[in-house]
Design a protein around this ligand. Structure first.
Ligand SMILES: *Cc1c(COP(=O)(O)O)cnc(C)c1O
Length: 392
C-alpha cells in the first residue's frame, strides 16, 4: 500500500523495535557492533559505514523523494561534496550562476584544483543553457527556487534537454519533498541541506543525497563511507524527529507566508516583492506547474528613500536577524551584507541583489503576531519628512 508523504514522514521507523516493542525507534549511538562469530559480521559492523538510526532517516527521505536509497551526510555541503565524486578528471559540471554560495565556492575551488571543470550559467535562459550543453557536460546541477530572488527553473525541461548521458542533480533544500519531488521530474539525484526544512528546528546541521537508481546509489554510498562524510546517529535521530512534522509545518509556513505577502503588498515602504506565488513573479507559471506550493521564503525591497533599513530590522521582535532558513522561527536576513557578502558589488548587482533587499524565512508563529510585528517596524523606520510632524 502506498501512503502519502505526510503519513510516510510521521510513521518513519514507528514500531520497528524488535527487542522491547518501543513505539518510536531507539537511538543507536554505538560506533561499532559485535561479530556473531569469527568471519560472521551482522548487518552492522561500524557506524561510519552503516547505523540503524541513520538508516531509518535515509530510508524515509528516499521514500519521500521516490528514490531507491539515500545517504545521510554531516552537512548540506558534505552532501554536495559527495556528489562531486561521481566525476572524473576533465569532466564538466554545469551549475546555476545564482546557486547557493557554499556550493559556488566548493565547485569553484575543486575545479581550481583540477578535479573537474565547472561552468556557471543562467539556466533560466534557454539559449545559454543550450550552448552550455554543447560542451558535453557530465553533470548538470540545478537549484530551484534560487536564493534570494526565488527564481524558478523548469526541472523537467532542463532534464529533457540534458538527455540521458548526463547525471542530473537537483538541490531541493528550499522546498523539501513536501513541495517538490525532482526525481519524478527527470532528475537522477536529489541533494538536501536537512539543516533547513527537513529538520526544521534550527538545531542540527546535516545533509542528504537521494538517488533514483540502484547503481548511482551504490556508488554514492561507497564514496560516503570511503571519504567519511556520513552523518552522526544523534543528528539523524533529531532530524527524524523534526521530519515527522514536515507536512504540517510546511502547511503553516505557507499559510503565514500568504498572509504576510498580502500585508507587504499594501505597504508603501515596500518597493518590490519576490515570491513565486505572486502572478507578477517572473517565474510564477513554472512554479505553479512543478511545485505543490510556493514555499515560505520571500524577499522584498525596502524603499530606502523613505525608510531606514537598520531601524526596520532592529525594530522587529519576531523576525530574528540571522542567516539560514526553514526553521519554525521566523528570520530576516540582509543578503548584501550577510548571505551574499562574499560577492563583489558588481557580481551582486548582476545577480539583482540590491542593498535594499531583505529576505524572510517565514516561521510558524501566529500570522497575526508576525504581521503586527512587521507593521510596528514599518511605522518606526519611516524617515520623517513632513514638517511639524509630532514625534512621540
Ligand atoms: C544551506 C544550504 C546548503 C548547505 O547546507 P549546510 O547544511 O549549511 O552545509 C546547500 N544548498 C542550499 C540551497 C542551502 O540553502
Amino acid at each position: 500500500m502506498t501512503h502519502s508523504n505526510q503519513t510516510i514522514s510521521v510513521r518513519s521507523g514507528i514500531e520497528t523495535d524488535q527487542q522491547f516493542g518501543a513505539v518510536t525507534p531507539p537511538l543507536y549511538l554505538s560506533s561499532n557492533y559485535t561479530f556473531s562469530d569469527l568471519e560472521q559480521p551482522r548487518r552492522y559492523d561500524y557506524s561510519r559505514s552503516g547505523n540503524p538510526t541513520r538508516d531509518t532517516l535515509a530510508e524515509t527521505l528516499a521514500e519521500l523523494e521516490s528514490g531507491v536509497g539515500g545517504i545521510i551526510t554531516s552537512s548540506g555541503m558534505s552532501a554536495v561534496y559527495l556528489v562531486t565524486h561521481l566525476l572524473d578528471k576533465g569532466d564538466l559540471i554545469i551549475a546555476p550562476h545564482d546557486c547557493y554560495g557554499g556550493t559556488y565556492r566548493l565547485l569553484n575551488s575543486l575545479a581550481k584544483k583540477g578535479l573537474f571543470e565547472i561552468l556557471f550559467v543562467d539556466q533560466g535562459s534557454e539559449e545559454s543553457f543550450r550552448s552550455a550543453l554543447k560542451r558535453k557536460p557530465k553533470l548538470l546541477w540545478i537549484e530551484t527556487p534560487s536564493n534570494p530572488l526565488l527564481r524558478v527553473v523548469d526541472i523537467h525541461k532542463l532534464c529533457q534537454l540534458a538527455g540521458n548521458d548526463i547525471i542530473k542533480v537537483v538541490d531541493n533544500t528550499f522546498l523539501s519533498p513536501a513541495l517538490q519531488q525532482p526525481l519524478k521530474l527527470g532528475a537522477d539525484v536529489v541533494v538536501h541541506s536537512t539543516t533547513k526544512y527537513i529538520n526544521g528546528h534550527s538545531d542540527v546541521v546535516g545533509g542528504a543525497v537521494i538517488a533514483k537508481e540502484q547503481a548511482l546509489y551504490e556508488k554514492l554510498a561507497w564514496w560516503a563511507n570511503c571519504i567519511g562524510v556520513t552523518g552522526s546517529p544523534f543528528d539523524s535521530f533529531i532530524t527524524s524527529r523534526g521530519l515527522r512534522t514536515l507536512s504540517v509545518r510546511i502547511r503553516q509556513h505557507q499559510e503565514n507566508t500568504l498572509k504576510i505577502v498580502e500585508f507587504l503588498q499594501r505597504q508603501s515602504l515596500v518597493k518590490h516583492i519576490y515570491y513565486p506565488g505572486l502572478e507578477s513573479h517572473s517565474t510564477h507559471a513554472i512554479a505553479a506547474q512543478q511545485q505543490q506550493g510556493f514555499g515560505a521564503m520571500l524577499s522584498f525591497e525596502l524603499d530606502l528613500e523613505s525608510a531606514n533599513l537598520r531601524t526596520f530590522v532592529n525594530s522587529l521582535k519576531l523576525f530574528s536577524l540571522a542567516e539560514s532558513l526553514g526553521g519554525v522561527e521566523s528570520l530576516i536576513c540582509h543578503p548584501a551584507t550577510m548571505t551574499h557578502a562574499a560577492m563583489d558589488d558588481k557580481a551582486r548587482e548582476t545577480a539583482g541583489i540590491s542593498s535594499s533587499l531583505l529576505r524572510l524565512s517565514v516561521g510558524i508563529e501566529e500570522a497575526a503576531d508576525l504581521i503586527k510585528d512587521l507593521a510596528s517596524a514599518f511605522k518606526r523606520c519611516q524617515i520623517k519628512v513632513l514638517k511639524g510632524e509630532q514625534h512621540g
